[in-house]
Design a protein. Structure first.
Length: 127
């Protein structure tokens, strides 16, 4: 699998399981229709229809694209980490039972782990 070149800060978050500062990510308040890809390997992870505003400081999704994300116990023993199922890149964490949406799930994802493709770009530039 060919992986995209990452900046040192992207590598800190995606490879070394870091976190970007809250309320600083480029996609926190992005509600344009489209698809969010893994910044490291371009695998589609989330659609804009699953994104919601949680006011937690990071992009929030209540559902991943089926098979795109892997959940593993976090090293801290308290949380569940979400990884790209294709390349293993760190995305963030998933929380259950917060009642933000009817699905009762919040994927709290670093913007730095994502690449957004607007629907118009996917459709060949026409709207």
């Amino acid at each position: 699998m060919e992986l995209n070149k990452l900046t040192p800060e992207e590598e800190r978050v995606i490879v070394h399981k870091g976190t970007e500062a809250p309320f600083t990510g480029e996609y926190e308040n992005n509600f344009v229709e489209g698809t969010y890809l893994c910044r490291r390997c371009n695998t589609p992870l989330y659609t804009s229809t699953a994104k919601f505003h949680s006011d937690c400081g990071w992009p929030s999704f209540d559902q991943e694209i089926p098979g795109a994300v892997k959940r593993v116990p976090d090293a801290d023993g308290r949380r569940v980490e979400v990884l790209c199922n294709s390349c293993g890149g760190h995305l963030g964490h998933v929380f259950l039972g917060e009642r933000y949406t009817p699905k009762n799930t919040r994927h709290c994802v670093n913007s730095m782990s994502l690449k957004f493709i607007p629907k118009e770009a996917v459709a060949g530039g026409t709207s």
